[in-house]
Ligand binder design. Sequence first.
Ligand code: AMP
Ligand code: ZN
Length: 114
Amino acid sequence: MKGCVFCDIAEGRAPATIVLEDPEVVAFRDLNPQAPVHVLVIPRRHIGSAADLTEADDPLWGRMLRTARSVAEQEGVADRGYRLVTNIGRESGQTVEHLHLHLLGGRRMTWPPG
Ligand code: AMP
Ligand code: ZN
Protein backbone atom coordinates (compact mmCIF):
# COMPACT_ATOMS: atom_id res chain seq x y z
CA MET A 1 0.00 0.00 0.00
CA LYS A 2 1.28 3.45 -0.91
CA GLY A 3 2.62 5.41 2.03
CA CYS A 4 2.86 2.35 4.29
CA VAL A 5 6.35 2.03 5.75
CA PHE A 6 6.00 -1.71 6.41
CA CYS A 7 4.89 -2.34 2.81
CA ASP A 8 7.99 -0.38 1.79
CA ILE A 9 10.18 -2.62 3.99
CA ALA A 10 8.49 -5.78 2.69
CA GLU A 11 9.10 -4.66 -0.89
CA GLY A 12 12.69 -3.55 -0.27
CA ARG A 13 11.98 0.17 -0.80
CA ALA A 14 12.83 1.13 2.79
CA PRO A 15 15.80 -0.07 4.84
CA ALA A 16 15.43 -2.58 7.65
CA THR A 17 17.55 -5.16 9.40
CA ILE A 18 15.81 -8.28 8.21
CA VAL A 19 16.40 -11.36 10.37
CA LEU A 20 14.14 -13.86 8.59
CA GLU A 21 11.92 -13.81 5.51
CA ASP A 22 9.97 -16.07 3.22
CA PRO A 23 7.54 -15.47 0.37
CA GLU A 24 4.72 -14.55 2.79
CA VAL A 25 6.28 -12.88 5.83
CA VAL A 26 9.23 -10.69 6.83
CA ALA A 27 10.85 -10.32 10.27
CA PHE A 28 13.05 -7.30 11.00
CA ARG A 29 14.45 -5.44 13.99
CA ASP A 30 12.34 -2.71 15.56
CA LEU A 31 13.86 0.75 15.07
CA ASN A 32 13.16 1.67 18.70
CA PRO A 33 13.77 -1.57 20.62
CA GLN A 34 11.98 -2.04 23.94
CA ALA A 35 13.96 -5.15 24.89
CA PRO A 36 17.34 -6.70 24.00
CA VAL A 37 15.48 -8.68 21.32
CA HIS A 38 12.71 -6.72 19.61
CA VAL A 39 11.72 -8.04 16.21
CA LEU A 40 8.59 -7.30 14.18
CA VAL A 41 6.97 -10.03 12.10
CA ILE A 42 4.77 -8.77 9.28
CA PRO A 43 2.88 -10.24 6.35
CA ARG A 44 4.18 -8.99 3.00
CA ARG A 45 0.60 -8.23 1.97
CA HIS A 46 -0.91 -5.12 3.51
CA ILE A 47 -3.39 -5.96 6.29
CA GLY A 48 -4.30 -3.13 8.67
CA SER A 49 -4.27 -5.10 11.91
CA ALA A 50 -5.22 -8.47 13.37
CA ALA A 51 -8.80 -7.22 13.41
CA ASP A 52 -8.76 -7.27 9.59
CA LEU A 53 -7.75 -10.93 9.25
CA THR A 54 -10.25 -13.11 7.41
CA GLU A 55 -10.77 -16.86 7.47
CA ALA A 56 -8.64 -17.08 4.33
CA ASP A 57 -5.78 -15.56 6.31
CA ASP A 58 -5.71 -18.35 8.93
CA PRO A 59 -2.64 -19.98 7.32
CA LEU A 60 -0.91 -16.59 7.14
CA TRP A 61 -1.49 -15.91 10.84
CA GLY A 62 -0.18 -19.37 11.64
CA ARG A 63 2.86 -18.69 9.52
CA MET A 64 3.48 -15.42 11.37
CA LEU A 65 3.38 -17.28 14.69
CA ARG A 66 5.71 -20.00 13.46
CA THR A 67 8.08 -17.39 12.03
CA ALA A 68 8.12 -15.67 15.42
CA ARG A 69 9.09 -18.97 17.02
CA SER A 70 11.90 -19.43 14.49
CA VAL A 71 13.14 -15.90 15.18
CA ALA A 72 13.09 -16.58 18.93
CA GLU A 73 15.19 -19.70 18.35
CA GLN A 74 17.56 -17.82 16.06
CA GLU A 75 17.90 -14.97 18.58
CA GLY A 76 18.57 -17.39 21.44
CA VAL A 77 15.54 -16.54 23.58
CA ALA A 78 13.30 -19.52 22.83
CA ASP A 79 14.22 -21.41 26.00
CA ARG A 80 14.01 -18.42 28.37
CA GLY A 81 10.68 -17.28 27.01
CA TYR A 82 9.55 -14.18 25.22
CA ARG A 83 6.45 -12.14 24.53
CA LEU A 84 4.39 -11.79 21.36
CA VAL A 85 2.17 -8.72 21.13
CA THR A 86 0.00 -7.27 18.43
CA ASN A 87 -1.60 -3.88 18.95
CA ILE A 88 -5.00 -3.15 17.44
CA GLY A 89 -6.25 0.40 17.14
CA ARG A 90 -5.77 3.68 18.93
CA GLU A 91 -6.09 2.73 22.60
CA SER A 92 -3.66 -0.17 22.19
CA GLY A 93 -1.01 2.26 20.98
CA GLN A 94 -0.87 0.94 17.41
CA THR A 95 1.14 3.46 15.40
CA VAL A 96 1.80 1.58 12.16
CA GLU A 97 -1.35 0.39 10.43
CA HIS A 98 0.16 -2.72 8.87
CA LEU A 99 -0.31 -5.91 10.89
CA HIS A 100 2.77 -6.75 12.92
CA LEU A 101 3.68 -9.09 15.74
CA HIS A 102 6.17 -7.71 18.24
CA LEU A 103 8.58 -10.36 19.51
CA LEU A 104 10.11 -9.09 22.75
CA GLY A 105 12.72 -11.02 24.67
CA GLY A 106 16.04 -11.06 26.44
CA ARG A 107 14.74 -9.50 29.64
CA ARG A 108 12.11 -10.25 32.27
CA MET A 109 8.74 -8.92 31.06
CA THR A 110 6.32 -7.29 33.44
CA TRP A 111 2.61 -7.99 33.76
CA PRO A 112 0.20 -6.29 33.41
CA PRO A 113 1.68 -4.47 30.42
CA GLY A 114 1.49 -0.67 30.41
P1 AMP B 1 2.88 -0.36 17.12
O1 AMP B 1 2.99 0.76 18.12
O2 AMP B 1 2.40 -1.65 17.69
O3 AMP B 1 2.13 0.05 15.88
O4 AMP B 1 4.38 -0.68 16.70
C1 AMP B 1 5.02 -0.07 15.65
C2 AMP B 1 6.48 -0.36 15.83
O5 AMP B 1 7.16 -0.14 14.62
C3 AMP B 1 7.18 0.52 16.89
O6 AMP B 1 7.76 -0.31 17.88
C4 AMP B 1 8.23 1.28 16.07
O7 AMP B 1 9.42 1.46 16.80
C5 AMP B 1 8.42 0.39 14.89
N1 AMP B 1 8.83 1.02 13.65
C6 AMP B 1 8.28 2.11 13.06
N2 AMP B 1 8.91 2.38 11.89
C7 AMP B 1 9.88 1.44 11.76
C8 AMP B 1 10.88 1.17 10.76
N3 AMP B 1 11.00 1.94 9.68
N4 AMP B 1 11.70 0.13 10.96
C9 AMP B 1 11.59 -0.65 12.06
N5 AMP B 1 10.67 -0.46 13.03
C10 AMP B 1 9.84 0.58 12.88
ZN1 ZN C 1 1.40 -1.94 4.52
